[in-house]
Ligand binder design. Structure first.
Ligand code: NDP
Length: 296
């Protein structure tokens, strides 16, 4: 079997085009420009790249982008003060604090200081609780992007066996919640799972969110299963030249693609969808704040 490649790049471009249309309507009909504030503390190179591309795409869809770059030794009080100002700024509808934060800052405290209505990452404890109980919430961007690709590919995923490898608060757990809401039978696997290969072999849908390069081999994949690879791992690639690197996912692409029915590539799969969903969440937050109809 040759797997269908789920083109996240192309899908994300369609999502961004819809977001841009909605932004135009908000501006033309209501005089409102959705605004997204991104806060970066310190100089983590990967985070800097993410923040730059988030800012660029925010502007491209017509929204206001505000970036706050703070020194690595910023105090908790300073950071909380900034979040408080952004919470009270009527031109800002979405606030994202780029993780990870430097060690001296309490991530839970900082995330829970963001107004839940502006928490476009969906990490605030209120949004986590709302998602867990199936109520209207802000849904974390990466799992939301994965779910959109699954729905787009399958139509309905009701009744399918899904295995999520990874139980982080930002990917694995919310992914499992979303699959459960769509009536999958969900297993969450993690580093203590016994016989992971057998667990994965049962799955119609495999979502890998581990952070271990090419950990899932093709012979773990049930013939025809759909594989969503969340992992972003940078490996040295001396074959491309000195100091060069390449990105790989958490699944071994070639051997998994040989057995899967469909698979997302890395790069060009989940990654672009994550940013597109962040923009979509910001428009949703803006509509809710203004009592306007939300995008579908
Ligand atoms: P975390 O490190 O927070 O979580 C990793 C999870 O994988 C943990 O639950 C851990 O289990 C589990 N795990 C580790 N080793 C194994 C193993 N050998 N077998 C089974 N499970 C294992 O990572 P994140 O959830 O934040 O991210 C996961 C990956 O997704 C990373 O590569 C990250 O870069 C990527 N990512 C990509 C995004 C995108 O936009 N595409 C966005 C966010 C993340 P345990 O809990 O037992 O330790």
């Amino acid at each position: 079997m040759t797997a269908t490649i789920i083109d996240g790049k192309e899908f994300a471009a369609r999502v961004r085009a819809k977001v841009a249309d909605h932004v135009t309507r908000l501006k033309d009909d209501h005089g409102i420009t959705p605004g997204l504030a991104v806060v970066l503390v310190g100089e983590d190179p990967a985070s800097q790249v993410y923040v730059r591309s988030k800012g660029k795409m925010t502007v491209e869809v017509g929204m206001k982008s505000v970036e706050h770059k703070l020194e690595a030794d910023t105090s908790e009080a300073e950071l909380l003060g900034l979040i408080d100002r952004l919470n009270n700024d009527p031109e800002i509808h979405g606030i994202l604090v780029q993780l990870p934060l430097p060690k001296h800052l309490d991530e839970d405290l900082v995330i829970n200081a963001i107004s839940p209505a502006k928490d476009v990452d969906g990490f605030h404890i209120s949004n986590v609780g709302l998602l867990g109980t199936g109520q209207k919430s802000m849904v974390p961007c990466t799992p939301l992007g994965c779910l959109m690709m699954l729905r787009d590919h399958h139509g309905s995923i009701s009744g399918m066996d899904a295995v999520v490898i990874g139980r982080s608060n930002i990917v694995g757990k919310p992914m499992a919640q979303l699959l459960l809401h769509d009536s999958c039978t969900v297993t969450i696997a993690h580093s203590r799972t016994k016989d992971l290969a057998e667990v994965v072999r049962r799955a119609d849908i495999v979502v890998a969110a581990v952070g271990r390069p090419e950990m899932v081999p093709g012979d773990w994949i049930k013939e025809g299963a759909t594989v969503i690879d969340v992992g972003i791992n940078r490996l040295d690639a001396p074959e491309k030249g000195e100091g060069k690197t390449r990105l790989v996912g958490d699944v071994d692409f070639d051997s998994c693609a040989a057995r899967a029915g469909a698979i997302t590539p890395v790069p060009g799969g989940v990654g672009p969808m994550t940013i597109a969903c962040l923009l979509a969440n910001t428009v949703t937050a803006c509509c809710r704040a203004n009592g306007l109809a939300e995008p579908e």
